[in-house]
Write a protein of this length. Structure first.
Ligand code: NAD
Length: 262
């Protein structure tokens, strides 16, 4: 067995065909976990697996939509069939509306449902399939990707922020409900992280560079985050090093939320 902080573990990472999820999947694999890369898009997912295999680590791609219960049931069965267990679940798939028109008056009911389902219901849909396996095998670790918008929101992100605030509290509720089965449930709240989703949001704006600079001015550590900045705390929360920690959300935002003024 390869040496590493996750040696012997199997990890399922949703939305790992891109951005933060890819960074997490790659780091988990480097730390010797066998990784199930779950994504709705095959191109990104298979690319993540190739990147992991290039480093002589083990991963499989499983195409599934985190909002489709039947697909998730089949995906979890396939992963358990291949690797024998799931010790770590990272509920990471999610996203916002790039145009920042996510307001009560501008969101259609379909858009509201899409954003709340993607960022909140998906945690329920996927966890519901994985928890029975964790309970049966005597424990596990779940990490949910939330966002600082859950407690420090911004204009044009109404459904997204509300859903992630729900995921914040769902993390704590699940931690309480499943502690007796030795399943720990924690979350990560990223700030401004360079990912394809993040880039496309800013690139969509007419005054992209100006907006980026004003956001940058608010980050005490003086730079935007990278997927690896989120992956390292996720690794720690998923590992046995965090064995006495559950129901906690770690903010990974370069200090944005530490105070009101930069
Ligand atoms: N990038 C940031 O600055 C930032 C900040 C805070 C929180 N987040 C959160 O981090 C997570 C990842 O964001 P990212 O920036 O890496 O985005 P990204 O778009 O780069 O990657 C998201 C991945 O999720 C996949 N995905 C989307 N919907 C899916 C579905 N229904 N089923 C399965 N897979 C699906 C996409 O195909 C994509 O590969 C999201 O939950 C997002 O809300 C990101």
């Amino acid at each position: 067995m390869a040496a590493g902080r996750l040696a012997g573990k199997v990890a399922l990472v949703t939305g790992s065909g891109s951005g933060i999820g890819r960074g997490v999947a790659r780091l988990f694999a480097r730390e010797a976990a066998r990784v199930a890369v779950v994504d709705v898009k095959p191109e990104g997912g298979t690319e993540t697996v190739e990147l992991i295999e290039k480093e002589d680590r083990e991963a499989i791609f499983v195409q599934a939509n985190v909002l489709n219960p039947a697909q998730m049931k089949a995906a979890v069965a396939q992963i358990v069939g291949t690797f024998g267990a799931i010790h770590i679940l990272h509920n990471n798939a999610g996203g916002w509306q790039r145009e920042a028109h996510d307001t009560v008056l501008e969101d259609s009911e379909e858009e509201w449902d899409r954003l709340t389902d993607l960022n909140l219901k998906s945690v329920y849909v996927v966890s519901r399939e994985v928890l029975p396996h964790m309970i049966k095998q005597g424990g596990g670790a779940i990490v949910n990707t939330i966002t600082i918008n859950a407690f420090l929101t911004q204009p044009g992100t109404a459904a997204y922020s509300a859903a992630k605030a729900g995921a914040f509290q769902l993390t704590k509720a699940m931690a309480l409900d499943y502690a007796k089965y030795h399943v720990r449930v924690n979350g990560i709240a990223p700030g401004e992280i360079h990912t394809p989703l993040w880039n496309s949001t800013y690139d969509n704006l007419p005054n992209s560079n100006e907006v980026k600079q004003s956001v940058l001015n608010r980050i005490p550590l003086g730079r935007f985050g990278e997927p690896e900045d989120v992956a390292f705390p996720a690794l720690w929360l998923a590992s046995d090093e965090a064995r006495y920690i559950t129901g906690q959300i770690i903010t990974v935002d370069g200090g944005i939320s530490a105070g009101v003024y930069p």
